[in-house]
Design a protein around this ligand. Sequence first.
Ligand SMILES: Cc1ncc(COP(=O)(O)O)c(C=O)c1O
Ligand SMILES: N[C@@H](CCCC[NH3+])C(=O)O
Length: 435
Amino acid sequence: MKKHYYYSFKNTLNECQAVSERTIFHYSKNTLCCDGQRLDDLADTFGTPLFVTSKKNLITRYNEFEEAFSGLPHFTCYSVKANFNLSVIKTFGELGCGCDVNSGGELYRALQAGVSPEKIIFAGVGKKAEEIAYALRSGVLMLKAESLSELAVIDRIAAESGNVALVAIRINPNVTAETHPYITTGDSKEKFGIDEGELDAVLMLLSELKHVRLAGLDMHIGSQIFDPEYYVAATIKLLAILERVKAQGFAIEYFDIGGGFPVTYDPAKQATPIAQFAEKLIPLLRPAGVKVIFEPGRFLVANASVLLTRILYRKQNHTGKQFFIVDAGMTELIRPALYQSHHEVLAVTRHKESVEADVVGPVCESSDFFARHRTIDDAAEGELLAVMSSGAYAAVMSSNYNGRLRPAEVLVDGQDVRLVRTRETYEQLIQNELL
Ligand SMILES: Cc1ncc(COP(=O)(O)O)c(C=O)c1O
Ligand SMILES: N[C@@H](CCCC[NH3+])C(=O)O
């Protein structure tokens, strides 16, 4: 059987085994490959920067998630914001997965990717009336409402078409999960969800509205959360709210505990296995007799992709500090700049020698870096580097800053390599502008 190894500078067996379930990026004859495809060949064929995604890895992760929660009646909705490439959404859709969308644009993408509307839930703290109307017209399963005012808008729009909209209310459980402060969402100081103190007013309003039916409770406490206890704490709060809501005569079918499950970016900081979350959550959730919804994003896609980039120049300053200047930048992967996040950077062709260097992009910002003070294989100008774990919140957060073109994306499925997004052109860059 072919063994798929993750990358590792030291390449000790332990490190490889620890992360081997997550990824099928592996060295073969000193060349980094994705599911048997040499990354240097892909770069030659499709150019760089290039996002390379393993379809097999997407499927493996989805199956891993489903297996962990198989003891619980549930419905998994892939959180499209993590990676909205149509082929990625389609891959999950074909596995029976639903979608969590956060805007009209994401809804459009999910529908175009072939996901049926009754498997789509529509979230967002600031939905515009036109987005609500689009969601209702499309026949999505449910909208997740985040304020009293929004409930009134949903009711008005549903009334215009004589329909009754299914809604879940997103509760802010005031649980501050330990993660980067920019991606914690379940704390009262954040904009997300409805405060528990508003619950009575919300239920009062819901009992008056004729075109909205409360079908679910929802929360999402943040992203890249390593400790299952935060989910436990928030779930206990939401279960207490469920009892209060049921006591007022509302029939709740769905209990959505959001996404946020962690992944490994740094082999030295292994993510808590999903089975540990399931172990804690299933005994809490099963007795509630509701259909649980999960909204994993990052968990399903982060380690399925790399960002392939070519070394343009190497240089050293008077202090001896070395730089690899590569052709990808913060415009393709902003996470290091925005959250100081760690991404492994590997040479596509292995070298025996290594150097300590910064890996930086061509963008005119000092925050345009992938790695600082990192030990990197001593690769030459013209060679390739792979920025690992670039499947989540990478391409979706890309920009045209500095007039840069969004890169191509390929999906590797064993022998089959498909271009799933072409590189932007200069013409496309200005196509929406008027002189
Ligand atoms: C409402 C909601 N659901 C799901 C997710 C997906 O989160 P993650 O990618 O961490 O699983 C997010 C992003 O934080 C979110 O805001
Ligand atoms: N963009 C963030 C995740 C945001 C999750 C959505 N609320 C990241 O790259 O880690």
